[in-house]
Each structure stands twice: as structure tokens, then as C-alpha cells.
Design a protein around this ligand. Structure first.
Ligand code: SF4
Length: 705
């Protein structure tokens, strides 16, 4: 793993933070070449600011001369004598990792306490079997006998030498003979057999971290004093030099810590690239510095569930629109990249960078109109778009410093949607061209997002548009099948329908088009519609394909959400409270379904055949945090009814999609919700559909047969 990876840096940072120098002594291993520590372990404890070739030589010599199973470089969080300066503890560990990776049987760890007696206690508490050999230089050996480091010197020094042996090296002017003489003193001679004097070459004995820092500061990175493995790191970070780059790196890490409240997994942003950008006196460098100094993002979802708080009946939005102040703060984090990768990442090519810069300049009306012109349905997408796959996933800041740092454009668009609602009397109506001398009628079949977007664009261009909808309310899936905690369907859809009405679009509700409906496509053409736009969507739930799925109590997510529309939330709570419900599949719909069931008071368990869900990670985490249970690597194979309850037979799956022989078992439940997805179901006599039910169209112009 790269030492510049943000996730690795933050992981180490948190680990160090957790070590408490005033609590019980504790050691954390940060790098381990093997799972278990060797029985005979050498421990070289130092401040490693930075690690030098003297450290390395002492470790390797001790390992071979005393047949040690391995050596641990042990950093201490609090050094008994020194204030922390130079490299951060995290960077010292990263440098140690670089060296440890290149040599066999080297571990790296960090201790909460600086005194040797405390380190021994920490090792004993966690690894009682170890035979410890502390690897020290002459100066450290002298300090070990200094009574000022002990509360009860005689007892504690005795205890220390009972628990560990010492391999002591010549350092500076002090030779191996000095080590031996030091131990011959009557006050220490009883410990002499526990101290082994060993020699390293004289030139190495003179190298200290202070000397190494001086060489680095003078630009001598080729110096013999530091291991080759850390030279690249020193070059990139400009550590121990006069350059401001290292301070920027520290600021950046501080900022990232405030952004990522838990260490992010797999965040590939590269700290040093960001620092390099800042160090260059460019527009982006300056902006990055401003962003970092202005602190973390203000945008967090509304806190939903604290310990013990019931979620039943709480259908409020989990991420309501932010206010103007937060929207401004967030837009000011934007770099307004001229190349606008966010715009490129948006399938609708929304001018994200321009809209954000307009808001930052206080031109909110202009920002609103630009967004509406780029994407008339932004009310829907600002609540429902999977932005991490599009603008958020492409954001330069996110690519530089991890997804968590991406500009949350979707939240800003949500603010604009709310602002539009509050200022509707001031907003000019959508533009409509009147370019045709006599009306050209277009029928749009279906009033979901595709139908409404088509109706808007057609009306803008002067067509006379009628939208046919088989339901008694427009809106398609966002209106009928989206959880209320995610999307304020009534406000968004009704507002959109009002705006379309102002553009002359007519809605005909409760009219089913097609072979089994009130009117066929040919009849529509006969009625004078020149064009028909089919936007009928995915209307039928897919089947699980297992015996028993027709049993009562087995329904689809679609049916569940529609039931809520028909019966109301109170009735859903009455029906589901306390019920055990199995939700099959592991996508976003399954997470929405399970979270909705929690709000009805049910006890949902998501059963999914893979090892992990295929939903967005944040959706899975939100579901888990709210109390949804999960059974992974579990595949339903049969459903039956037994004494009024549902019994689902399932098998455990091996990773790689095979059922484990003989692993079948039964799960009892009150209901099963199939959240596997949906397929189209539109039939008309003259249309050709493929085997999945999709209407066949010409690839070039998307016209039907
Ligand atoms: S890529 Fe990110 S930082 Fe750059 S303009 Fe777009 S939203 Fe702003």
C-alpha cells in the first residue's frame, strides 16, 4: 500500500490517537510481515525522527547475532524527554513501514508510553510468551538506570531486568568497552549478564537522527545516514527542509481527518499530489489552501437514530435540503475547475462548475435558471440521483483527496430546488418557443422522469404535448415507489406538473395505452398525434423464480410502496408492527424497502446470496445503522406456508456462487418482500419487443418498428 494513500494515513492517525499515555500501557502493531510475533523478539525503541542507517544496522546485527526471530521498530507516542517536532508520528511510522517492507522479519509498532518499564508491561499484557531483547545504544542504556524515570527505581529496574534482556551498541564516542565498564559498576553489576555489548562500525555509530536531519536540511539526500527506502518519501514531502510543503501536508491531513469521521476504506486520493498542487502558486493551489483552512464540509445527513430512539413512524427526510448558508459554504469549497470533470461525469452534462460559481457569487436566481435549463427535472435528481457515480464521482477534489471530499453538488441542487419553491413568484416561467404555425401534437406515454423530461423539452420547442398516464397521479416510480424518507414526492412531482401545465402540457390520467388499455398507439395516431414518445418504464416486478412465491404474504417492493400510497402510513404501521419480514436481494431497492419496513415497526432481514450487498455502500451502512439485519451468502430456494406463517427454505452459498451441499435451513417470517427489480410490460399490436419485454428500436434514432 502506498504511503501517500489517504486511507492509510488516516487509519494510522486514528490508531495513534486511541493510544492513551495516561492509561494502561499499550502497544499497537502497525506493520507485521507474519501473523504471530516470534518468541525471541528484538525491540528497537526510538523516536525515529527519521529512522537512520544506524538504527537499521543495530536491528539487523542484533537479529543475526542473537538468533532473534525478528525485530520490532517501536515508536512511542510520548517520548519521556523530547517534545514532538519534525515528522508527525504517522509519517515516522510510514517511513518505518517503507524500511520494514524491504527486510525480512521486521515489525513496526507504537507504544502509548515512553518508559521501558511501561513498554515491558504492555508487551507482557498482550504477548506474555515473548522473550524480549531491547536493542539500545550506550546513551539509552545510561538513561535506563537514571532514577528520575522511575517512581520506585530499585523495584522497577529490578522488574525491568527480570522481564527483558538488553543488546547495547556503541554510539558516538562511546565504545563497546564503555558499555561493559558501565555495567561493571557495583550498583549495576547484578544486571550485567542481561546486557550484551555489540559493536557496529564506527562511522554508523556516529549517525543520529539529529545528524540525519541536518544532512537532509542541507540538501544531502544521498547521505549515508538514511536508508535508501525513505529517500523518495523525504523528497516528495520535503520533510526536514525549509519548504512550506510539509506544513501544508500536515494541514491537509488535519482537514481530511475532519472530513472523514471514520477512516475511509479504499480512498485512493494522494496526499502528496494535493500538497504539490498547493505548493505551486497556481489558482488551484491557492484555492486548495483556502478550502483546507475553511474546515470540513458542513453537510451531514440529519441524525436519525440515537441509541434507543424509535424510528417507527418517522418518515421525515433523512437528508433534507440544506440552507443557504451551508450551500454557500459548500460552493466555496469548489475549485471551479475550467475543465469541469463534474460536468463531464454528469449524463445530462449539467454545468455544475458554473452553477456553483454563480451561487458563490450570490447569483442564486441565475444559478437556478441555469440548472433548470440544463436539467428541468433537477427536483427529482437532487434527491434521487446516485451522484457518487456521476458528478460526485468525477469531482477533481474527490479524485485528489478521496470521495468524501467531493463537492456535494446534489445537496446544493437540493437547496436550489427549495429556494425555487420559496421564490416561485419571482422566477420567470420556462421558455417556450412558438415556432410552428399550426400545432404539432405529440403524445407522451408514461409520466415518470423520462416522460416528464420529454414533455418539457418538447413543450420548450413548441410542440403541443399530452401526457397519458395509466395511474391516477403522475410521477411514475419517484411518486409511487420511492420511500418518503428519501424523496418528498408530493412537493416535487406536483410542482413539476404545475410548471409543465404552464408550458401547455396536458396530463390525461387513468388512461392505459396499448393492447390491453383504453386506446392503442394506432388509435392515438388516428387522433392526430404526429409523434408518440414511449416512456412506460419498468412496471412489473421480476419473479424470484422459486416454488411458493405466489403464496399470500409474498409481495414485491413495488406492491409494498403502492400499498402505502393506497392505505396510508398509519395502516401500514398497524399491519407490519412487530412482524418479521424477509427482504430478498441486496440492491438499493432492498435497502429502501428494509428501511421503510423499519419505519412501519417491522423487523426486516435482508437475505442476499452474495457475500456483500450490491447497493451503494452508504445505503447499506445507513440500513445497518438504523437496525436492518442482514444474512449474506444465503439464497432462498422455496417458500411455503405453515400454520399461518411463512417458512422460507434457503441454502448457504459458497463465495463464488455455489450452494454449499447440505446447508439448507428454514427461516420463519410473517412476510417476504421481493426487491429483485422490475421489467417492462408494455404491449401493443404493432410493437416488437425483445425477450426481456423491452420495445425494439432503431439504434440510430430510437424509433420503433
Ligand atoms: S470537479 Fe469538483 S471541484 Fe471541480 S468544478 Fe466540479 S465540483 Fe468543483
Amino acid at each position: 500500500m502506498s504511503v501517500n494513500r489517504i486511507d492509510e494515513i488516516l487509519r494510522l492517525d486514528r490508531l495513534i490517537e486511541k493510544l492513551d499515555p495516561s492509561g494502561q500501557p499499550r502497544i499497537e502493531i502497525t506493520f507485521a510481515p507474519y501473523e504471530t510475533l516470534p518468541e525471541r523478539l528484538g525491540v528497537l525503541s526510538s523516536s525515529f525522527n527519521p529512522i537512520t542507517n544506524a538504527h537499521l544496522s543495530m536491528a539487523l546485527n542484533a537479529r543475526s547475532e542473537f538468533s532473534l526471530g525478528g525485530v520490532m521498530f517501536l515508536l512511542t507516542k510520548v517520548n519521556v524527554d523530547k517534545e514532538l517536532f519534525g515528522a508527525t508520528l504517522t509519517d515516522r511510522i510510514l517511513m518505518l513501514h517503507l524500511v520494514a517492507r524491504m527486510f525480512d522479519r521486521i515489525w513496526v509498532g507504537i507504544s502509548s508510553h515512553g518508559r521501558f518499564i511501561d513498554k515491558v508491561k504492555a508487551f507482557r499484557a498482550r504477548y506474555p510468551h515473548l522473550h524480549l531483547f531491547f536493542i539500545v545504544g550506550y546513551d539509552t542504556l545510561v538513561r535506563i538506570f537514571d532514577p528520575k524515570y522511575y517512581e520506585d527505581p530499585d523495584r522497577e529496574i529490578e522488574e525491568l531486568f527480570n522481564e527483558a534482556e538488553f543488546i547495547a551498541f556503541n554510539r558516538g564516542l562511546k565504545t563497546v568497552e564503555d558499555v561493559i565498564q558501565f555495567m561493571e559498576h557495583p550498583s549495576r553489576s547484578k544486571f550485567a549478564d542481561k546486557v550484551h555489548a555489540v559493536e557496529i562500525p564506527e562511522d554508523l555509530a556516529y549517525i543520529s537522527s539529529t545528524y540525519a536531519r541536518e544532512r537532509i536540511a542541507s540538501g544531502d539526500l544521498d547521505s549515508y545516514s538514511i536508508p535508501d527506502e525513505i529517500k523518495g518519501f523525504l523528497e516528495r514531502t520535503e520533510l526536514y527542509t525549509d519548504s512550506p510543503a510539509y506544513e501544508l501536508r500536515k494541514e491537509l491531513v488535519g482537514y481530511l481527518k475532519s472530513v472523514y469521521s471514520t477512516p475511509p476504506e479504499g480512498v485512493k486520493g494522494d496526499v502528496d499530489v494535493a500538497v504539490k498542487l498547493m505548493a505551486v502558486n497556481s489558482h488551484i493551489g491557492k484555492r486548495l489552501k483556502e478550502i483546507i483552512r475553511s474546515g470540513a464540509m458542513p453537510l451531514q445527513p440529519r441524525r436519525r437514530k440515537v441509541e434507543g430512539e424509535s424510528i417507527v413512524g418517522d418518515f421525515d427526510l433523512t437528508c433534507p435540503p440544506i440552507d443557504e448558508e451551508d450551500a454557500l459554504k459548500e460552493t466555496r469549497r469548489c475549485l471551479y475547475c475550467p475543465s469541469a470533470p463534474c460536468k463531464e461525469g454528469c449524463p445530462l452534462r449539467v454545468s455544475v462548475n458554473r452553477i456553483l460559481s454563480l451561487i458563490a457569487e450570490g447569483e442564486i436566481m441565475e444559478a437556478y435558471l441555469t440548472l433548470r435549463s440544463d436539467n428541468p427535472l433537477f427536483g427529482i435528481t437532487s434527491f434521487l440521483c446516485q451522484d457518487e457515480l456521476y458528478c460526485g464521482g468525477s469531482c477533481f477534489l474527490g479524485r485528489l483527496m478521496g470521495q468524501g471530499c467531493s463537492i456535494r453538488s446534489r445537496e446544493i441542487f437540493k437547496f436550489l430546488w427549495r429556494w425555487g419553491g420559496e421564490n416561485s413568484d419571482k422566477i420567470p416561467p420556462p421558455f417556450r418557443m412558438n415556432m410552428y404555425p399550426k400545432p404539432i401534437k405529440v403524445a407522451v406515454v408514461g409520466s415518470g422522469p423520462a416522460g416528464m423530461a420529454a414533455a418539457w423539452r418538447l413543450a420548450e420547442r413548441g410542440f403541443t404535448v399530452t401526457v397519458f398516464e395509466k395511474e391516477n397521479h403522475p410521477g411514475g416510480i419517484p411518486y409511487w415507489e420511492t420511500p418518503r424518507f428519501r424523496f418528498p414526492a408530493e412537493q416535487v412531482i406536483d410542482n413539476l406538473v404545475r410548471q409543465l401545465g404552464r408550458m401547455g402540457v396536458e396530463f390525461k390520467l387513468g388512461i392505459r395505452i396499448g393492447r390491453e388499455g383504453e386506446i392503442t398507439l394506432n388509435e392515438l395516431l388516428d387522433e392526430g398525434y404526429s409523434w408518440i414518445f414511449l416512456a412506460t418504464g419498468l412496471t412489473v416486478a421480476k419473479k424470484l423464480g422459486i416454488p411458493g412465491e405466489e403464496e399470500s404474504g409474498v409481495i414485491s417492493s413495488k406492491e409494498l410502496f403502492r400499498m402505502e400510497r393506497d392505505l396510508g402510513r398509519e395502516e401500514m404501521i398497524r399491519r407490519f408492527r412487530g412482524k418479521r419480514v424477509i427482504v430478498t436481494e441486496g440492491g438499493n431497492t432492498a435497502m429502501d424497502t428494509a428501511r421503510t419496513l423499519l419505519r412501519y415497526g417491522a423487523r426486516p432481514t435482508v437475505v442476499y446470496w452474495r457475500e456483500r450487498p450490491r447497493s451503494l455502500k452508504k445505503e447499506y451502512e445507513a440500513a445497518k445503522a438504523e437496525g436492518v439485519q442482514f444474512m449474506f451468502l444465503t439464497k432462498p430456494v422455496q417458500i411455503k406456508r405453515d400454520q399461518g406463517r411463512i417458512v422460507m427454505k434457503a441454502v448457504k452459498m459458497k463465495e463464488g456462487e455455489e450452494p454449499l451441499p447440505g446447508s439448507d435451513f428454514e427461516i420463519q417470517a410473517d412476510a417476504v418482500i421481493n426487491a429483485i427489480g422490475a421489467i417492462p410490460d408494455f404491449r401493443d399490436e404493432d410493437l416488437i419487443v425483445d425477450e426481456r419485454g423491452f420495445v425494439r428500436v432503431e439504434p440510430g434514432n430510437l424509433t420503433t418498428s
